[in-house]
Write a protein that binds this ligand. Structure first.
Ligand SMILES: Cc1cc2nc3c(=O)[nH]c(=O)nc-3n(C[C@H](O)[C@H](O)[C@H](O)COP(=O)(O)OP(=O)(O)OC[C@H]3O[C@@H](n4cnc5c(N)ncnc54)[C@H](O)[C@@H]3O)c2cc1C
Length: 493
């Protein structure tokens, strides 16, 4: 029978299961499908050494829940009014309880991580005691869990094609089955055949400003602290073959960070870290020159309580960190501790110990008075001076009457003064093509697109609140689900 026009006459690469994206989800999918006898090819957009996506630079914790019932109760509460089908909850909870056993069975070494106090993000919600966070390797961070994931793929005959981004899904015109992927390699388009199925595991849209503007609430722009290769490609590819989307407005952010054109990812500032007491005075103001939040509040992955619900932290852009000479002189403004984050682990930008290089680059602005600094950064001088005076009054009174900040209650002291423009930054997005309990990507009417699966943060289950380590846990859980269901498909050719 003649192939319809959408089906290539020639395939450059052939496999049973084609996995698009080599992070935690890609690993779990590829290893599972391989263990079930499938020939697996992994397509990865980044060059070798920069694969691994957000997973590589994550804090490295993954969730392993201790009870299915409690896990369902907790996830139900986390989703709140943004409900998720029961069947999805059930599979998520069952698989989340198996992450450690699965990794240990493959030679991993799960270590329980006691994040202070225990790392339960919403301890008051029902079922919260199901949360147990693990990592692999001697300590949390430093890509240790990723190193296990990388090894699990590389010790198997799974072909990895680096610098080969998936660009489009190849769909049969009549049956609508997904038959493969058109990818870019060495400046050419190649056709990659998937005899059984394609699994999209290519992460979120953290580095796609158009999608951020259109889908994330309250941020005109936002920058990633994770992989710059995550540009929403899986969303574009899935939409083109008829996928529905979900959870596009949910993300692990925002936080406030510096972003400069020279570096792909964001810089976290020491003084804003909730657990750090830095000498000197500091406030953050919006474009009106006024403070807008407790600068030291420990958000729940970007969400703050407002009138009894949780909303993303308000980020009136552009925002400015204003610091005095004492804080500026106390050490690097950038928190370069390399335990996690793309800037720290991959870019490894060497921030100068006295901030002078970054001052010379113009990343930090300075002036002798607050009014003059306001002029340099384009704010109203009287307003900014008022904000500083008001903050200093709060410090003298020992109480921040505006936002209840109770950390680093140090007045803004002697100049010169310094300003750093802050942008919203994030760990990761949660939205993407909607998937069902079998890991299949579905259309708006709920019917699966044949032979198309996903796992990981590309269309994550998290719709509202987020429990830290839930993303990597979900990559493992749904990676196994999608890997085994794709491997179980009858080959089409
Ligand atoms: C700093 C930081 C700390 C974090 N800490 C934690 C933590 O401790 N625990 C936790 O659970 N979560 C954490 N997260 C979130 C978590 O890292 C991610 O949600 C998770 O790693 C997503 O895994 P993934 O496999 O879905 O995607 P990724 O790990 O992002 O992998 C996606 C891969 O797809 C590739 N890709 C992109 N487009 C294409 C394409 N067109 N074709 C082929 N390949 C493509 C990318 O290069 C990348 O390698 C953190 C995130 C960050 C940024």
């Amino acid at each position: 029978m003649q192939n319809p026009p959408s089906v290539p006459d020639h395939w450059d690469v052939e496999a049973d299961v084609v996995v698009v994206g080599f992070g935690a989800a890609g690993m779990a999918t590829a290893v599972t499908a391989h263990e079930l006898g499938a020939k697996v090819v992994l397509l990865e957009k980044a060059p070798e050494g920069e694969e691994g996506g957000n997973t590589r630079v994550a804090g490295q914790g993954y969730l392993n829940t201790s009870s299915v019932e409690s896990a369902i109760a907790y996830l139900t509460a986390l989703c709140g009014p943004y409900t998720v089908p029961d069947a999805m909850m059930q599979v998520w909870a069952e698989e989340m309880c198996k992450n450690n056993d699965w990794l240990a069975g493959l030679g991993g070494d799960p270590q329980e991580h006691q994040h202070p106090p225990v790392g339960i993000e919403f301890p008051d919600l029902p079922g919260a005691d199901c949360v147990h966070k693990f990592h692999d390797g001697p300590t949390y961070g430093y890509s240790y869990t990723w190193k296990l994931f990388e090894r699990l793929v590389k010790e198997r005959p799974i072909q990895i094609l680096y610098e080969t981004p998936g660009r489009a899904l190849i769909q049969h015109d009549i049956t609508k089955e997904i038959l493969g992927v058109r990818a870019e390699r060495g400046g050419k388009t190649i056709a990659v055949k998937a005899r059984k199925g394609v699994v999209l595991t290519c992460g979120g849209f953290e580095n796609n400003q158009d999608m951020i503007r259109n889908y994330l609430p309250g941020v005109p722009y936002c920058y990633t602290s994770g992989s710059p290769y995550n540009e929403g490609d899986g969303i574009t590819m899935a939409m083109a073959v008829g996928a529905d989307l979900w959870h596009m407005n949910n993300y692990a952010g925002p936080s406030l960070a510096l972003k400069v054109p020279e570096v792909r990812t964001s810089f976290s500032m020491q003084a804003l870290h909730y657990s750090k007491e830095i000498p000197g005075g500091m406030i953050v103001v919006g474009p009106d020159g006024r403070r807008f939040a407790d600068e030291k509040f420990k958000t729940r992955h970007g969400k703050v309580p407002v009138n009894g619900v949780w909303l993303p932290l308000s980020t009136p852009c552009p925002m400015y960190l204003i610091v005095d000479q004492a804080l500026f002189a106390s050490g690097p403004l950038y928190d370069k501790h390399p335990s996690h984050g793309w800037t720290q682990i991959i870019e490894r930008y060497e921030w100068s110990p006295d901030n002078k290089v970054e001052l010379a680059k113009g990343w930090i602005k300075t002036a002798d008075s607050i009014a003059a600094l306001a002029q340099v950064i384009g704010l109203d001088p009287t307003r900014l001076q008022d904000s500083v005076t008001r903050w200093n009054d709060h410090c003298s009174a020992g109480r921040d009457a505006d936002f209840g900040r109770n950390l680093m209650m140090t007045p803004i002291g002697a100049g010169p003064y310094y300003a750093v423009e802050l942008s919203p930054s994030m760990l990761n997005t949660q939205g993407g093509p909607r998937r069902n309990e079998r890991g299949q990507i579905v259309r708006p009417d709920g019917s699966p697109i044949p032979r198309l699966y996903s796992s990981g943060e590309l269309g994550s289950i998290y719709s509202y609140l987020y429990q830290g380590t839930g993303n990597l846990g979900e990559c493992l859980a749904f990676g196994r689900v999608s890997g085994r269901n794709a491997a179980a498909e009858a080959p089409w050719g």
